[in-house]
Design a protein around this ligand. Structure first.
Ligand code: IMP
Ligand code: MG
Length: 215
């Protein structure tokens, strides 16, 4: 049986890239005290690792948003469930996101945040699924160019599961995962897997070697 998912980015690859992004941010914002804004919940794992490597007197803030029912996906219009605690007027804002897909959500948020008069707003996204972009976005800091594949792990979820994986899985069989949302649970508790049993697939479309369904 084909693998439902396999490792797309290992823990080591992610941590290396996070350090590189952090050093770019440290260099670019030297002498400034940016406000890093993360959108709950997907971005928090990336944010937590990133900020520990950024050598600046930064501040954190969070937003939580929810889509407006049917049609929201097509427009990106969202409702702000939890707004920023700080006034960003005159501040340098860096939005830290897990993944930019269509870009609709973020472009809507960007216009809402620009209306508050910040000095600047830039975007740092761990994954860029550029092929799916509908709303053009300028992503200043980009971790990886992500293939057009559903991904979970390192903050990214499927039905709230798998956010705590330290690596990122590419899902090959979304229907299989939808039918059994717990089908990837054997990846949990296998934190040494990237160095050991589960090899990184050569091509994103290829099934990985060991998989929960084969194991
Ligand atoms: P968009 O850019 O407005 O299409 O939506 C981006 C949001 O959708 C991200 O912040 C994620 O929360 C979610 N998302 C998009 N692609 C994926 C994926 O492959 N796995 C998990 N969540 C995703
Ligand atoms: Mg998100």
């Amino acid at each position: 049986m084909a693998a439902i998912a396999s490792i797309l980015y290992t823990e080591e690859e992610i941590q290396l890239r996070v350090r590189e992004l952090a050093s770019d941010i440290t260099r670019d914002y030297a002498g400034q005290s940016p406000v890093l804004v993360s959108i709950l919940k997907g971005g928090v794992v990336f944010l937590a690792d990133l900020i520990q490597q950024v050598d600046l007197p930064l501040r954190l803030d969070f937003m939580s948003i929810s889509s407006y029912g049917a049609g929201a996906q097509a427009t990106g219009v969202v409702r702000i469930i939890k707004d920023l605690d700080q006034d960003i007027g005159g501040e340098h804002v860096l939005i830290v996101e897990d993944i930019i897909d269509t870009g609709l959500t973020l472009s809507y948020l960007l216009s809402a945040l620009w209306a508050r008069g910040p000095a600047s707003i830039e975007v740092c996204a761990l994954l860029d699924k550029a092929v799916r972009r509908i709303a053009p976005l300028d992503i200043r800091y980009r971790g990886f160019d992500c293939p057009d594949q559903f991904v979970v792990g390192y903050g990214l979820d499927h039905q709230e599961r798998y956010r705590n994986l330290p690596f990122i899985l590419g899902v090959h069989d979304q229907a299989g995962l939808a039918a059994d949302p717990d089908s990837l649970r054997s990846f949990l508790g296998r934190h040494s897997a990237p160095r050991g049993g589960i090899a990184r697939p050569e091509g994103a479309a290829e099934a990985g070697p060991a998989s929960p369904t084969q194991a």
